[in-house]
Design a protein around this ligand. Structure first.
Ligand SMILES: [Ca+2]
Length: 456
């Protein structure tokens, strides 16, 4: 991993050294309050995507709480019995030295890791798998609530000058920045309480994506040393996402910027720094000025749903097929886009979207269509746009149902790939071919009608 050399700066004390017990108490508190914005770690390329993790059931949380409290009582030296192994820490030491982390900072970090041990909470979060796949309806209802919209509008007014400057400098609309801010951390309210170095070390020692998290850990070391944090003081989500925009360490290292020019980057407390860094990251993710993210569209009465195959096509093509903006005010914005693709997140009966190449920039931020749609839709709502014309279909699919669907399609000779309970492109296309043969609407969505026809 090639990283630019860290800026040389005298270490600076950001806050009084927090006793390990306090860190433990804050972690316990994280269990008591609503789960912090727990999300998929962002990867530059290729992106790893897993469905957003939801809060564990109440009972499990209560158990964890008791477990944590018992550790506080009986294990003052560390809150996990399982330690990082010596060969693992020795391996990290070599990598840290190669990445130009100072020997002194590495020793402090090693002591912290030896004292704390592998974090059971981080492991728990990483292994938690929701039983249901989230629908567009559920996803947006939980995130585009009236309070989040109203607070976003207040933030637009409060930071008008900064947002204006960023729009001019980076070409990213103010509403998009504020929408991301609202979704990532509820405008800075929830930035995570896990020590990032402990979380990323735990995930590189234990997790399914150890190579990815090892890189995050080493980059987090560089960030923490450069920014003058004690090793356990740099806090983030269980997966190491940091600050008001929830940057993973590699994103922070590459894209975080000093927005207010005070010589310091603080994406945790300084709104200028957080929003400037986000605008910079989006521009570098090829955000194009004067291009809408996309929008809801209206399909003609007779529409060929096999076109909903995720292909990028010229807007002229879509217009010829009779597709129109759902809202008059958005008509011009969509016409400006060069290429779009059609998105039917809840099938032909739900809302349909044309999304632009800027949507792809949002996917680079977080490779989830539901996330990118939520950003776009929240940004529109912040501008006073009405809600969706077509109500999303509420259909919660259990993972087990998807596995059965895949098995049935495979048995019928429609290659849905491995029956892994992930509703990916191959499954969608197999379902589309099945629907076409059976004379159903070929939207690649497991509607009730399709479900019944498949006799599932
Ligand atoms: Ca600053």
């Amino acid at each position: 991993m090639k990283q630019p050399a860290p800026r040389v700066r005298a270490p600076r004390v950001r806050a009084p050294r927090v006793h390990a017990l306090l860190v433990r108490v804050s972690l316990v508190r994280a269990l008591l309050v609503r789960a912090p914005l727990v999300r998929v770690p962002r990867v530059h390329a290729p992106r790893v995507h897993a469905p957003p993790v939801q809060a564990p059931p109440v009972l499990r949380r209560a158990f964890l709480l008791l477990f944590s409290l018992s550790l506080l009582l009986v294990s003052p030296a560390g809150w996990s019995q399982e330690k990082f192994s010596k060969p693992f820490l020795d391996g990290l030491a070599k990598d840290a030295s190669r990445a130009s982390v100072s020997p002194d900072y590495w020793q402090q970090t090693r002591k912290m890791l030896e004292r704390e041990g592998i974090s059971p909470l981080v492991i728990e979060r990483d292994r938690y798998q929701p039983e249901f796949l989230e629908s567009l309806h559920r996803y947006t209802t939980r995130r585009l609530d009236a309070k989040r919209i109203a607070r976003g509008q207040k933030q637009l007014a409060k930071h008008a000058a900064l947002l204006e400057r960023l729009q001019i400098e980076y070409g990213v609309p103010r509403e998009i920045l504020v929408a991301i801010w609202g979704l990532e951390s509820r405008y800075g309210d929830i930035t995570g309480r896990f020590p990032v170095l402990l979380a990323t070390a735990t995930l590189s020692a234990e997790g399914r994506r150890s190579a990815f998290f090892r890189k995050q850990f080493l980059t987090a070391l560089l960030v923490a040393e450069r920014e003058g944090f004690a090793p356990h003081q740099m806090l983030g989500s269980w997966a190491g996402a940091m600050g008001q925009m929830q940057f993973i360490p590699t994103t922070y290292w590459q894209y975080a910027r000093d927005g207010d020019g005070d010589g310091d980057i603080d994406v945790w407390h300084n709104v200028d720094d957080a929003l400037t860094s986000a605008a910079h990251y989006l521009k570098r993710s090829r955000w194009r000025e004067n291009m809408a993210w996309g929008g809801e569209v209206r399909l003609p009465r007779r529409f060929d749903f096999t076109l909903a195959d995720r292909q990028w096509r010229k807007n002229a093509f879509w217009r010829k097929k009779g597709i129109k903006s759902a809202h008059k005010t958005q008509k011009k914005r969509l016409l400006k886009n060069n290429k779009s693709r059609l998105l039917l997140p809840s099938g032909a009966a739900g809302p349909v979207f044309l999304v632009s190449e800027n949507f792809r920039s949002l996917l680079r931020w977080n490779n989830s269509s539901l996330y990118a749609l939520a950003v776009g839709l929240l940004a529109d709502r912040l501008q006073g746009a009405p809600g969706l014309l077509q109500k999303p279909v509420e259909q919660s699919l259990r993972k087990e149902d998807i596995r059965r669907l895949q098995q049935r399609l495979n048995a019928l000779g429609f290659d849905a790939g491995l029956a892994d309970a992930v509703f990916g492109n191959q499954t969608r296309q197999a379902l589309q071919r099945y629907q076409q043969r059976e004379g159903l609407v070929p939207d690649g969505f497991p509607s009730l009608e399709t479900w019944q026809k498949l006799e599932l």
